[in-house]
Design a protein around this ligand. Structure first.
Ligand SMILES: NC(=O)C1=CN([C@@H]2O[C@H](COP(=O)(O)OP(=O)(O)OC[C@H]3O[C@@H](n4cnc5c(N)ncnc54)[C@H](OP(=O)(O)O)[C@@H]3O)[C@@H](O)[C@H]2O)C=CC1
Ligand SMILES: O=CC(=O)O
Length: 326
């Protein structure tokens, strides 16, 4: 009998077709996993879960007595209660590395389009407003030779630094838990305290994972420390900032603009004030969303799932203590 696997929210179709050959597969998308009875019925028998953004907590795990592995189709795994999974000896995996360059491209694109007001001017041109010489009021601000502060200098943070240094001659400041001598050497990056980074940067880019330590890392105090001309870019998770404090900082002119790929609540509420601000560029959490990279992520997530269900060590096991081979 085929093992039961739940696919949740996102996995590329060729990989879904491939999994169907090996497993009894059930795909759930845009459901409420707290109330959906069909989901509960399959969860009761599932040995594997693969996909994106499912909140895997104690409540869900109590309904999944046969679960062996949760294969996250993302590098971030703040949706998983790792402690609870490990306690039950259930493996958890993610997809690090293969998406790094794609995410860095997205975040750097967001930075440039916010600084140069590209979405705003695109709408302006298409609305037929370009009828004479462009007024100074529509100018943007330079990116090249400015100071970029990166909070969270991991794989993606460093790939952003690479683009900024080699492509745009930017001065790089960074703050992270452990210093990165290689990045200091390769991108002339300087380690500094969070407050130094906030006060000195023209662009502040947040790229940490969401953890208990980084939740609401950037709020009122931190926005007030930034330059009035600063542009804030969030590519991490919505909950690493206090979103209301960002709204206030933009409304009070404490910072100049923001580029956001992530929000406190996703999909973002249509009445969120950020959506009404011309100096805010918004994206629907598309950091890794290119055809090529999403396919590679799905394939890696499937490799992790296969390994976990076949008694092998998954390549991207998050908590290696769960791997207890006899
Ligand atoms: N917008 C999008 O679509 C995407 C968003 N992401 C987000 O980006 C995150 C980072 O991914 P990735 O670069 O691969 O992960 P890494 O683990 O390589 O990098 C994370 C970095 O954050 C640092 N960090 C962790 N906690 C703190 C803290 N309290 N203060 C300062 N720095 C901290 C880490 O420090 P240290 O090195 O010292 O451990 C590390 O340098 C993901 O977890 C996810 O949330 C990822 C992909 C796409
Ligand atoms: O947000 C996406 C991820 O891979 O993490």
């Amino acid at each position: 009998m085929k093992k039961k696997v739940i696919i949740y929210n996102r996995l590329e179709q060729p990989v879904v077709e491939d999994l169907k050959e090996r497993y009894d597969v059930h795909f759930f998308k845009n459901i409420d996993p707290k109330t959906n009875q069909d989901f509960f019925n399959h969860l009761k028998e599932a040995e594997g879960i693969i996909g994106l953004s499912l909140e895997v907590d104690k409540e869900l795990l109590d309904k999944a007595p046969h679960l062996k592995i949760v294969s996250n189709n993302s590098v971030g795994y703040n949706n998983l209660d790792i402690e609870e999974l490990s306690k039950r000896n259930i493996m958890a995996t993610n997809t690090p590395g293969i998406l790094t360059d794609t995410v860095a491209d997205t975040i750097f694109g967001l930075l440039i389009s916010t600084a140069r007001r590209m979405p705003e001017l695109d709408h302006w041109v298409k609305a037929g407003n370009w009828t004479g010489m462009l007024e100074t009021a529509y100018f943007g601000t330079d990116v090249h030779h400015k100071t970029l502060g990166i909070i969270g200098m991991g794989r993606i943070g460093q790939a952003i630094a690479k683009r900024a240094f080699h492509g745009f001659d930017m001065n790089i400041l960074y703050h992270t838990r452990t210093k990165k001598p290689e990045a200091e050497q390769q991108y002339n990056a300087s380690y500094c305290s969070m407050d130094e980074l906030l006060t000195q940067s023209d662009f502040v880019c947040l790229m940490t994972p969401l953890t208990p330590e980084t939740e609401q890392l950037i709020g009122k105090r931190e926005f007030q420390l930034m330059k009035k001309s600063a542009i804030f870019i969030n590519g991490s998770r919505g909950k690493t900032i206090v979103e209301q404090d960002l709204i206030d900082a933009l409304q009070n002119g404490e910072i100049a603009a923001a580029g956001l790929d992530v929000f406190e609540k996703e999909p973002v509420e249509p009445n969120n004030p950020l959506l009404k601000m011309k100096n805010v560029v918004t994206l629907p959490h598309i950091g890794s969303s290119t055809y090529e990279t999403e396919l590679k992520m799905s394939q890696l997530a499937a490799r992790n799932l296969d390994a976990g269900l076949n008694g092998d060590r998954p390549p991207n096991l998050i908590d290696s203590n769960v791997w207890k081979k006899d």
